[in-house]
Design a protein around this ligand. Structure first.
Ligand SMILES: NC(=O)c1ccc[n+]([C@@H]2O[C@H](COP(=O)([O-])OP(=O)(O)OC[C@H]3O[C@@H](n4cnc5c(N)ncnc54)[C@H](OP(=O)(O)O)[C@@H]3O)[C@@H](O)[C@H]2O)c1
Length: 329
């Protein structure tokens, strides 16, 4: 297959290239795109160098698959052109996630939505992917009623420039905040994305809108606080989940022991951390315990690599499912 990588110079774009190699995707040619800033640079794939092209009308060529990770504005402007030239587009941005006839997919949760696509499939927000992969099997058995989430999100979630900003602030405390609203080194920032009129941030709203759509559960109550923390890779979530049916920690562990894509740490008091999840495609869950004083409720701790399962690995698995009919779980 000829595969376009749109945003190939970004950290998710680079991860796309590594995952297509690792997963032995049947690639005949890579066509990397980025902004005019990167035109002329090269990216490597299977020991070959490919020149990066400016995303412009004369540079677009037909391909079977276009993996987009270049932000919502770029996706809005360019994704349908690739579809018109015959490509399946899997987009990592928020551009199409809320559109009714665009499937929003975590393959471990709603693979059936993939076949409904009309050329574009949306990859969910990185933290939401970790959330629904764990909570959906529990919902299936115990009927989820509500979720309260606090997320601790790494700096790489905001892209290459953000990582460079953290590094330079670690080396020199006087480097001012540019990508984030405050200095991120030695800090944590309870704002990811812009504030909405009701005081939520965009990131907090995504937890509700996207989890409801993926799980096809519009009535679930969701409240979130999304916090940026000064670590490089790995998003962590503290989840309080309330169910309609009674549930014990052991019953939840039995359910999650076989959940696709989920790595359960079943021992009492065991928990994953971002350092252990980095470089892995599983979504890790531990510290499953009753929420004392709350009926039918559990507290859980979830961690995932935001660049792999939170972005590129989820998108590549969607493409494998859609185009290769690969059964990988
Ligand atoms: N990082 C994560 O954990 C994560 C997780 C899920 C989803 N996402 C989403 O993935 C997308 C990319 O994220 P990232 O972290 O990889 O960001 P990044 O490191 O900043 O990379 C952005 C990429 O987009 C390209 N780009 C920017 N503006 C463009 C334009 N006008 N035309 C063409 N290409 C353009 C950049 O090219 P230049 O190098 O030329 O600037 C670069 O290749 C975003 O939509 C983000 O929300 C990221």
């Amino acid at each position: 297959m000829r595969i376009a990588i749109v945003g190939a110079t970004g950290i998710v774009g680079e991860m796309f290239l590594r995952l297509l190699e690792e997963r032995d995707f049947p690639v005949t040619e890579i066509i990397p795109y980025a902004s005019s800033r990167s035109a002329g640079e090269t990216v490597s794939f299977r020991n070959e160098k490919y020149p990066v092209r400016d995303l412009s009308p004369e540079n677009i060529e037909p391909c079977e698959l276009a993996l987009f990770s270049a932000g919502a504005d770029t996706a809005m402007q360019w994704a349908r052109r690739f579809v018109d030239m015959g490509a399946l587009v899997v987009d990592n941005s928020s551009a199409f996630r809320a559109i009714d006839d665009v499937p929003l997919v975590v393959p471990e949760v709603n693979p059936e939505a993939i076949i409904l696509h009309k050329g574009i499939i949306a990859n969910p927000n990185c933290s939401t992917i970790g959330l629904v992969a764990v909570v959906y099997p529990l919902h299936h058995r115990f009927n989820l009623k509500s979720m309260v989430i606090t997320s601790f999100q790494s700096v790489s979630g905001a892209g290459r420039t953000a990582l460079a900003e953290l590094q330079s602030q670690i080396e020199n405390p006087s480097v001012p905040a540019k990508t984030f609203p405050r200095r991120i080194a030695d800090n944590c920032i309870p704002q990811i994305g812009d504030f909405l009129l009701d005081g939520e941030t965009e990131e907090e709203r995504k937890f509700r809108d996207e989890s409801r759509k993926i799980m096809n559960a519009p009535g679930i109550e969701v409240a979130a606080a999304a916090v940026r923390v000064p670590i490089k890779i790995g998003h962590s979530l503290s989840l309080h989940a309330r169910f309609q049916k009674p549930v014990t920690p052991d019953e939840a562990k039995n359910t999650l022991a076989n959940a696709p894509g989920v790595k359960l740490l079943p021992e009492n008091n065991a928990y994953p951390t971002p350092l252990e999840a980095a470089g892995r495609d599983e979504i890790f869950v531990g510290r499953i315990r009753s929420a004392q004083g709350f009926a039918n409720s559990l507290n859980l701790w979830i961690v995932l690599d935001n660049l792999r399962k939170g972005a590129a690995a989820n998108a590549v698995k969607i493409a494998e499912f859609a185009l290769l009919d690969r059964n990988w779980w």
